[in-house]
Design a protein around this ligand. Structure first.
Ligand SMILES: Nc1ncnc2c1ncn2[C@@H]1O[C@H](COP(=O)(O)OP(=O)(O)O)[C@@H](O)[C@H]1O
Ligand SMILES: [Mg+2]
Length: 310
């Protein structure tokens, strides 16, 4: 009998942790379209962390699991967004003291002159301490073509900190999958410190339409039915064009259709209903140069800078 009373509080504890994580996981499900493999991997990781924590609390053998990760995928596939959720999960489980993400690129870590890199990298690490350090396009730290590149110095410091300060810093290396693979081949030390690899697949056109509906709802706009059809057609065309950046391109396209709606309503100079203000019409989409310029030479709808992964 004594045993039952002894195990009871631990069971309650387990539920608490699982519930706290479950809340973030269902947010993840609701707020993010698609990304099934990513959601599944996060669920697995969360389970591991809940159980690991319980084992520790029960005095069982447990070494803190390595939490450094890669998020690979094309621009606009949700890496930054998921990093914020991941920080929330790690925080709720007590793996990081703050649910924060410090997002940086090479330029934040590497200096231009001798002696500048170490302080820059250390400053970033200090800011990220206790949370998640998200290094976008991490592979740019390594430039083998330039023998004296300072990126290597930053890598050395990161390697050391990833090993010794595992208790209060989680590093996420993000970027294109192929470049990340190449980076790890040239920097095996980096690869070996990363335990979890999450790949973010490209969204399908259907998923992109769903993302558009979700973003519109969040901003209290609605597509008219013909406008949604037009938007689907817009996406089908946009996907074929250079520098398409999935979720980010959708957000930019919505911004531009809001501009066109505003212009259209402004011109009317009559009384506007709430519905007028909320509704995006097909013409607000079809005004895009993508529908007039068949050669694809216009830059009006270029919403991303070349190579921009952020
Ligand atoms: N699965 C998704 N569901 C809904 N919106 C998404 C999803 N993935 C990304 N977004 C949106 O797309 C935009 C770009 O996402 P982001 O996380 O910055 O991509 P990445 O970091 O991979 O470039 C953001 O506005 C984000 O809210
Ligand atoms: Mg990003």
């Amino acid at each position: 009998m004594a045993q039952t009373t002894e195990t009871l509080p631990e069971k309650v504890k387990a539920l608490d942790d699982a519930d706290a994580v479950e809340a973030v996981l269902s947010e993840l499900d609701e707020e993010l379209v698609g990304l099934d493999p990513v959601k599944e991997r996060i669920r697995e990781m969360a389970a591991l962390l809940v159980i690991d924590k319980l084992r520790r609390e029960a005095g069982l053998e447990s070494s803190r699991p390595s939490l450094h990760m890669t998020f690979t995928g094309n621009p606009g596939t949700g890496k930054t967004t998921v990093a914020l959720k991941m920080a929330e999960i790690l925080h709720r489980l007590g793996y990081i003291p703050k649910p924060k993400v410090v997002s940086v690129t090479r330029d934040d870590l590497v200096g231009q002159y001798v002696g500048h890199t170490a302080p820059k990298t250390r400053d970033v690490l200090k800011r990220a301490k206790g949370g998640v350090l998200f290094i976008d396009e991490a592979y740019y730290l390594y430039r083998p073509e330039n023998e004296r590149d300072y990126g290597q110095e930053s890598i050395e410091i990161l390697l050391q900190v990833m090993e010794t300060e595992r208790d209060d810093l989680v590093v996420v290396l993000a970027g294109y999958k192929d470049r990340m693979d190449t980076f790890f081949r040239s920097n095996p030390g980096m690869g070996s410190r990363v335990a979890h690899h999450l790949h973010f697949p490209d969204f399908t056109v259907d998923e992109l339409v769903q993302i558009a509906d979700l973003m519109m709802g969040q901003q209290q706009y609605e597509f008219e039915d013909e406008a949604r059809d037009a938007f689907r057609e817009y996406i089908e065309r946009r996907v074929e064009r250079p520098r398409f950046a999935y979720g980010r391109s959708i957000r930019n396209a919505i911004d531009r259709s809001r501009m066109r709606q505003a212009g259209r309503l402004y011109e009317r100079r009559d009384e506007l209903t709430r519905e007028d203000l909320v509704t995006i019409k097909a013409e607000d989409i079809r005004g895009s140069s993508l529908f007039s310029d068949e050669d694809g030479e216009s830059s009006a709808d270029d919403d991303t800078a070349p190579g921009n992964q952020s």
